[in-house]
Design a protein. Structure first.
Length: 108
């Protein structure tokens, strides 16, 4: 089993290509790999409780670990209490630590 970190920087409401990254996360997870989806920049938008996106909701149902860059959230006035259940704020350092551990990383 491999570990993957998928980094999403694009808002799925503006960029349909983001769905491909979500689909990849589900496929990797279904094949027994550990997957973390790390949201940065405009990629943080679907993590809000008020945001409705079926593909993103599917990631949560699949149990994929999702983290939101704290700086990106702050820049968009998103507070931790506004995030969907099970999604946490995290430091960008998590990406660096994952790279140092040899986690396979894909930035979209």
């Amino acid at each position: 089993m491999s570990q993957y970190m998928l980094i999403s920087s694009r808002d799925p409401f503006e960029c349909r290509e983001t769905e491909n990254l979500y689909r990849l996360a589900v496929n990797l997870n279904n094949n027994g790999h550990a997957v973390t989806l790390f949201l940065v920049q405009n990629g943080v938008m679907p993590a809000r409780k008020s945001a409705a996106n079926r593909k993103f909701a599917g990631l949560i149902r699949q149990g994929i670990h999702i983290e939101v860059d704290d700086f990106s959230a702050k820049e968009r006035s998103i507070m931790e209490k506004e995030l969907k259940k099970g999604i946490n704020l995290a430091s960008i350092e998590n990406i660096i630590n994952s790279l140092a551990k040899g986690t396979k990383t894909i930035w979209h």
